[in-house]
Design a protein around this ligand. Structure first.
Ligand SMILES: Cc1ncc(COP(=O)(O)O)c(C=O)c1O
Length: 606
């Protein structure tokens, strides 16, 4: 019997999903509802008195619930809004203008931290980035060698976010201290899943957030400063909360406190501090050793399952080097992730990692080992906004079987969406009876609704995830946007002709597709204000993919577009990886021309 399963009842989302994404956002404890109510009550009923009745102390006081989880003592932590800001507070204690100005980091560090330190070059910092050895780790010897007597700061994650690799922090701290450098240990992906002891490691600083393995929600990041440094260093990113006498409102330079308040600045983030406490209480009650023991069992089982199928694993195989996540690069990892999400198994996908699975203490062991069923035992169909339309159901089923499945459309989500969607609602009255035939049909204004096969083929090529934001160019009657809306989170569609845009908008909202937004305008310009998009579908033929649309494609994004003239066109699938575009030709097609600033100024001659 797994004693940790008794906590499942505390996390409402576990009734509905298999929650395997605690590396990104831990499940919310039920107690957060009460915590937020307590916050609202204190504000509503106590008003300004709430500050002196508890709010004022929270940005350090709540840190005492984090301290045991990272091996710090009470009073040693100040709380901030996010980890990037904690790095800024630390860096503001130092001067990069002298000979000791080097920052040593690895390119596997979380990007936000890299961005922050690269910008410190404008203040004199010299940033040395050690490249990764492979997708999992970096070369420790090279890293240690880069830490020399010009090194000021070494920001390093205890667990690398990409691979879940546990870094040898002790060796790094020892080396840094030998040459007089300071180490900022980022315990974000470590605290709550592996034992962390910042004091015994001798870390100068430790930072991290509570929203992942600590189940504390967004908006709270901790900053630990080593006891002997605490009163010596002086952040220039400071403010009145750090003052010895904040309510004297003295003018001029600050006279800072000597305790952890010294590292605070402006008014604290009280609601988030309330919200994080229930998760921290649970984590403290369970204790990290029980969590770690179960985590190793679960990640090992996942890893062995993947290995026995011959899949590539992008996390360390040795459990002593691995924290809470397993990244599996199985064939069609992207589609696998999408299918898991459709079955309410919450995981994510990253291009150089694969499908990332992060079980936590609240997951059931064994239930998910074959990824075959959600934990609650029954497969949940994809969200559909309307009741199934029985009208024309036989025609629709025949369309899916004969025109789609038999012609090679295999994606069950796309087939399912087109089986449910009342295509006849999108065509003019007089064509309703022909709505499910294998032909494009006129919809007015010289435009057509594409034949079902091409709608399915283009949609399938986009490999949509339920979390995706999609853009369609050429809304027409709105049918294609409706298909996308069943597979993506949000759909934006642009239509050049006013009358079609307003008819499509009316139709989509009358049928309940509230996640589709119809815009009227030049589709070749895209919608920069809503970019980036994970998927772009262009439903008209252009001489080449319009530049603004390529620019609005997200990293890892896919665009499907017919390219050619009035006579010869082919579908191109364009993908963006690491900022680079790759193009794959798919099949011949025939679309109306894409008219706009970045395509045809006027339709090409036929
Ligand atoms: C190791 C690590 N550090 C930092 C961050 C980002 O921190 P924040 O968004 O709080 O600045 C993340 C986010 O996922 C992370 O995994």
């Amino acid at each position: 019997m797994d004693a940790l399963l008794k906590w499942r009842g505390e996390f409402p989302i576990l009734d509905r999903t298999t929650y395997m994404i605690s590396n990104s956002l831990g499940a919310m404890p039920r107690g957060v509802y009460d915590a937020m109510r307590a916050y609202a009550d204190s504000w509503a009923e106590r008003g300004v008195r709430a500050w002196e009745e508890g709010w004022w102390e929270m940005a350090v006081g709540v840190g005492d619930q984090i301290a045991p989880l990272i091996g710090a003592k009470p009073g040693e932590i100040s709380l901030h809004q996010n980890v990037t800001l904690t790095q800024a507070v630390i860096s503001s204690c130092f001067d990069f203008r002298g000979p000791r100005n080097k920052i040593v980091m690895v390119d596997l560090e979380f990007p936000s931290i890299q961005y922050f330190y690269h910008e410190q070059r404008r203040h004199g910092a010299h940033v040395e980035v050690i490249p990764a050895e492979d997708s999992i780790r970096f070369n420790l010897e090279k890293f240690l060698a880069a830490i020399d007597d010009t090194t000021l700061l070494v920001p390093i994650s205890l667990v690398l976010f990409r691979s879940s690799y546990i870094v040898n922090a002790r060796a790094i701290i020892e080396r840094a201290h030998r040459v007089g450098a300071h180490v900022i240990l980022d315990a974000f992906q470590a605290a709550g899943t592996i034992p962390v002891d910042v004091r015994s490691l001798g870390a100068d600083f430790a930072v991290g957030g509570v929203l992942k393995w600590l189940c504390g929600g967004p908006g709270v990041a901790y900053l630990y400063v080593r006891e002997d440094l605490r009163a010596k260093l002086k952040p220039s990113l400071t403010g009145w909360i750090a003052h010895r006498r904040p309510f004297a409102f003295e003018t001029g330079a600050i006279e800072p406190r000597e305790d952890s308040y010294r590292y605070l600045n402006g008014t604290p983030h009280i609601p988030a501090l309330f919200a994080c406490r229930p998760g921290l209480e649970i984590l403290n009650e369970i204790g990290i050793s029980a969590i770690r023991e179960k985590s190793i069992r679960m990640t090992t089982r996942l890893l062995e399952g993947a290995k026995s199928r011959g899949w590539k694993i992008n996390t360390p195989e040795n459990p002593a080097e691995r924290a809470g996540t397993v990244s599996i690069e199985c064939p069609h990892a992207y589609e696998v992730c999408r299918e898991l999400l459709a079955r309410e198994i919450l995981v994510d996908y990253r291009p150089s990692a694969g499908v990332r699975l992060s079980p936590h203490f609240y997951n059931r062991e064994g239930k998910w080992k074959r990824f075959s069923k959600p934990e609650h035992g029954k497969s949940t169909p994809r969200r559909l906004p309307m009741p199934e339309s029985s009208e024309y159901a036989p025609q629709r089923a025949e369309m899916v079987e004969k025109q789609l499945r038999r012609r090679g459309i295999e994606d069950s989500c796309v087939l399912g969406a087109m089986l449910k969607l009342p295509r006849h609602e999108f065509v003019p009255e007089e064509f309703r009876a022909r709505a499910y035939e294998d032909v494009p049909l006129p919809i007015g204004s010289g435009q057509t609704i594409s034949q079902p096969y091409i709608v399915a083929a283009m949609t399938a090529a986009l490999r949509l995830l339920p979390t995706d934001r999609a853009l369609e160019i050429g809304a027409g009657c709105g049918y294609q946007a409706a298909v996308l809306s069943l597979l993506a989170k949000e759909v934006f569609t642009i239509e050049r002709r006013h009358e079609l845009a307003s008819a499509a908008s009316e139709k989509l909202s009358s049928l309940g597709y509230h996640n589709v937004h119809v815009h009227c305008g030049d589709g070749t310009l895209g919608l920069p204000e809503f970019a980036p998009f994970n998927a772009i579908l262009v439903a008209a033929a252009a001489p080449a993919a319009p530049q603004p649309l390529l620019a609005q494609l997200a990293e890892g994004g896919r665009m499907i577009i017919p390219v050619g003239d009035a006579e010869n066109q082919e579908l191109q699938l364009i993908e963006k990886h690491d900022g680079r575009l790759s193009t794959r030709m798919m099949e011949g097609c025939r679309f109306v021309p894409l008219v706009g600033h970045h395509a045809w100024q006027k339709p090409p001659e036929r």
